[in-house]
Write a protein that binds this ligand. Structure first.
Ligand SMILES: [Zn+2]
Length: 205
């Protein structure tokens, strides 16, 4: 009974009052390389007064209803293909650059936008740098209704970090917000950069 009450609330995506799932802000899949053999990862801070913390099962909170979890799962399944390489083809075009084909643009961009949006609505102080303002409602509608926008609308990029030639896949860094001026239009906005699991994602607003 008590547990049910705790889980009942307003879903951040569809805005309906329902039983909420303990939703991940960054999908669990991307934490895979971070856990040690005991199933924990270590959270450390540049603030030396904060003790390192053991974290299990990533960062999550009661956020989405089951139906909305299913919507986001479709986007995450597409991102999973990038990790697994399922049905993808890649062509090296430079030493550290490859063109990857075979991904569904809409679903993959919506995956990236859904992570940005979840960081924006999260109450976890780790994601406090993501402050979306009026864009939060636009992104909520897009994620809910499966609208990825045009390529330049909330443009997203994702890449792989390497260290000494190897995949640097066992760390994450919370999002950082930087001012951005678009080179051609001079339009001002924000760029968010975060590093998680085996990849780095950046989203511009
Ligand atoms: Zn919902």
């Amino acid at each position: 009974m008590g547990r049910e009450k705790k889980n009942f609330g307003r879903c951040a995506l569809c805005l309906e009052y329902k039983t909420l799932r303990d939703s991940h802000i960054i999908p669990e899949l991307w934490y895979a390389g971070l856990y040690n053999e005991d199933g924990y990862m270590n959270e450390v801070s540049v603030d030396v007064s904060k003790h390192p913390k053991r974290v299990r099962k990533g960062y999550h909170e009661y956020l989405l209803c089951q139906e909305c979890e299913a919507i986001i799962q479709k986007y995450e399944d597409e991102a999973k293909r990038l990790r697994d390489g399922t049905g993808l083809f890649s062509q090296d075009v430079a030493d550290n650059l490859a063109v990857i084909g075979g991904l569904d643009y809409s679903r993959f961009k919506l995956f990236q936008l859904s992570v940005l949006w979840r960081m924006g609505v999260s109450a976890n102080p780790l994601f406090a740098a993501v402050s979306l303002g009026s864009d939060e409602e636009v992104l909520r509608q897009w994620v809910l209704h499966g609208n990825p926008g045009e390529v330049g609308d909330y443009g997203c990029a994702i890449g792989c970090h390497t260290y000494k030639g190897l995949h640097a896949k066992n760390w994450m860094i919370p999002p950082d917000r930087q001012p951005l001026i678009m080179p051609r239009s001079g339009r001002e906005g924000w760029r968010y950069i975060t590093i998680f699991g085996a990849s780095a994602g950046s989203s511009g607003l």
